[in-house]
Design a protein around this ligand. Structure first.
Ligand SMILES: NC(=O)C1=CN([C@@H]2O[C@H](COP(=O)(O)OP(=O)(O)OC[C@H]3O[C@@H](n4cnc5c(N)ncnc54)[C@H](O)[C@@H]3O)[C@@H](O)[C@H]2O)C=CC1
Ligand SMILES: CCCCCC(=O)/C=C/[C@H]1C=CC(=O)[C@@H]1CCCCCCC(=O)O
Length: 254
């Protein structure tokens, strides 16, 4: 069964550039309203301008928000609920690769993803006046396997998989009418690749890894897999997006 996104409100963290901007664009193409949350003010405002030109002023919003700042994240979500509308789609996408500043990486990749999921759940759950919806958390291939010089990144992304799959099993999920989904991209063509090379020191190895994987994913390829999950995946869907396309893990067949 495919859901309709027309007129639905979506929030995308880290949506100013890279994969997040791709997800925001896909949601807008399907008729959703999109709020981008990002720490980068200039990039956010630039993206807002471009997307508003393409999809209309009333359909795209940008709030500068550091998702590691608990109060800022909570206040921003409350403001969106009051000023923009009722949330239906939450995309916890903001992430970094920085093994040196590993505590910050855990705060963004894992803690903020958990917080975003909980804040969205409170706004969407049917027994709290919400309309239900979908939370899609962005993990990585590094959330299912292990990579050299990437210990904390892998730990953070394994955490995203474990948390999201377990949320999907929460005994109240059916009552809430919320689907919890997790997507694991392989190497994709964004600024993160430079950060991986710099942080791990594995410049050649990353290029070889990309070659072995059949090349680098375009943002559009990842966004297509993302949209397929949003529209059709059952609660608990966990999928890899690679050059082979979107592949569900274990018992999740689509
Ligand atoms: N590019 C790749 O090869 C892969 C990326 N991923 C994941 O995809 C997600 C998106 O990454 P990319 O688009 O590739 O990277 P990117 O670096 O292009 O975009 C990340 C965005 O997150 C924002 N951000 C960072 N810290 C933030 C904070 N504290 N609060 C709010 N926003 C913040 C950045 O400003 C930026 O706009 C990340 O979770 C990443 O781990 C997963 C697998 C592969
Ligand atoms: C192959 C060397 C990798 C070293 C750098 C690294 O640890 C990268 C980690 C992850 C960061 C985001 C990702 O998605 C990266 C892993 C992607 C690897 C994809 C390889 C696919 C394959 O081997 O088939």
């Amino acid at each position: 069964m495919e859901i309709s996104l027309s007129g639905k409100l979506a929030v995308v963290t880290g949506g100013s550039r890279g994969l997040g901007r791709g997800f925001a664009t896909s949601l807008l193409e399907k008729g959703a309203k999109v709020v981008i949350l990002d720490i980068g003010k200039e990039e956010g405002e630039e993206t807002l301008k471009k997307l508003q030109e393409q999809f209309g002023k009333d359909n795209v919003y940008f709030y500068r928000c550091d998702v590691t700042d608990r109060k800022q994240f909570e206040d921003t979500m409350a403001t969106i609920d009051k000023d923009v509308g009722r949330l239906s789609v939450m995309v916890n996408n903001a992430g970094i690769f920085n093994e040196q500043d590993w505590e910050k990486m855990i705060s963004i990749n894992l803690v903020a993803m958990i917080r975003g999921t909980k804040l969205a759940t409170d706004l969407m759950k049917k027994d709290n006046g919400g309309d239900g919806g979908v939370v899609l958390n962005i993990s990585s291939i590094a959330g299912l396997g292990w990579y050299m010089n990437s210990e904390v990144y892998c730990a953070s992304k394994f955490g995203v998989v474990g948390f999201t799959k377990s949320m999907a099993l929460n005994s109240d999920t059916l009552k809430w009418d919320i689907r919890y989904l997790c997507m694991c991209p392989a190497f994709a063509d964004t600024a993160l690749i430079g950060a991986i090379k710099e942080s791990t020191g594995l410049h050649k190895e990353v290029d070889t890894g990309i070659e072995k994987a059949g090349g680098i994913l375009s943002v559009q390829e990842v966004a297509d897999g993302f949209m397929k999950m949003i529209l059709t995946s059952d609660n608990g869907g966990l999928a890899v997006i690679s050059k082979m396309g979107l592949t569900y893990k274990q018992d999740e067949q689509k």
